[in-house]
Design a protein around this ligand. Structure first.
Ligand SMILES: Nc1ncnc2c1ncn2[C@@H]1O[C@H](COP(=O)(O)OP(=O)(O)OP(=O)(O)O)[C@@H](O)[C@H]1O
Ligand SMILES: [Mg+2]
Length: 251
């Protein structure tokens, strides 16, 4: 598997949100929002992001492209906000980069549900939230592409928001199910739910076996990623039921 990996070429700035992501260009000339490897948690949030982005790709859910970003000479460098306030320092281990989608609106709500391909994209996103036990759900909408929806910021998925990741609790328990799933107002069409169901049913050991190999060696989390993949596969039936339920309710 060809894992995308690049190196920081130029740092623009960081933003003062929970994880102070760093906007930077890679030597591949693409722009990424990068999150540091946090030593205190063994990179828990960026492992969550990488694994869930790849599961998203496997079911054609709309997630940005991603890369592993080597800090190179920038390791340890202080990064400032746009107005010059020091916010963070670049981690020594590689960062997780979510490729910048330009000119978007960020929102925690499901909107523009009938625009463009959103009726196809949204059921796949709902599937991803259930497969990966999502928390702190966040979306981007791109007006110039007819408000196409994307999912970003999966750091707290797998129930990581309240402490450490939980890949033990079953979907029968509160901690084993996504929190604050945005309300759907309107109908997407049965075919769209069926297509998402088909993609989820197609998940198996083979279709996700590449994921642990995507974890950079420096993170030392490939074993954990394998456990996460097994957990995701154990949630296929539950996720299909949730999608069937939404379809039956006329969403
Ligand atoms: N791939 C992307 N394309 C475009 N913008 C992005 C992308 N990733 C992040 N952003 C921008 O950066 C902001 C912060 O990103 P993100 O939500 O991942 O970080 P965070 O520190 O977890 O934020 P918060 O604590 O507010 O949830 C987003 O609201 C969005 O404006
Ligand atoms: Mg966020």
């Amino acid at each position: 598997m060809d894992v995308r990996r690049t190196k920081i070429q130029f740092i623009r700035y960081a933003v003062n949100t929970g994880e102070t992501p760093i906007l930077c260009t890679g030597v591949d000339n693409l722009l990424y929002w990068c999150k540091n490897f946090d030593e205190a948690t063994n990179g828990e949030t960026i492992v969550n992001e990488l694994v869930s982005y790849e599961v998203g790709r496997a079911i054609d859910a709309p997630v940005p492209s991603w890369t592993i970003m080597d800090p190179g000479d920038y390791a340890g460098e202080i990064v400032r906000s746009e107005d010059g306030i020091p916010l963070t320092a670049v981690s020594r281990k590689p960062l997780f980069g979510s490729q910048h989608i330009h000119s978007t609106i960020a929102s925690d709500d499901l909107m523009y549900i009938k625009r463009n391909s959103n009726p196809d994209r949204i059921p796949r996103l709902v599937a991803l939230w259930h497969l990966c036990n999502a928390r702190d759900i966040q979306m981007l909408y791109q007006p110039e592409r007819k408000y196409s929806i994307y999912s970003i910021d999966h750091g707290y998925w797998f129930s990581s928001q309240e402490g450490s990741r939980n890949i033990i609790d079953s979907p029968d328990s509160l901690d084993g199910t996504p929190h604050d799933i945005p309300h759907l107002r309107g109908n997407l069409g049965k075919d769209n739910w069926d297509n998402a169901i088909k993609s989820v049913r197609a998940l198996n050991k083979q279709s996700l076996e590449h994921i642990p190999d995507c974890i950079p060696g420096e993170w030392e989390q490939a074993g954990v990623a394998q456990e996460m993949v097994d957990y995701i596969l154990s949630r296929v039936e539950y996720t299909v039921n949730k999608l069937e339920e939404a379809k039956a309710k006329g969403f």
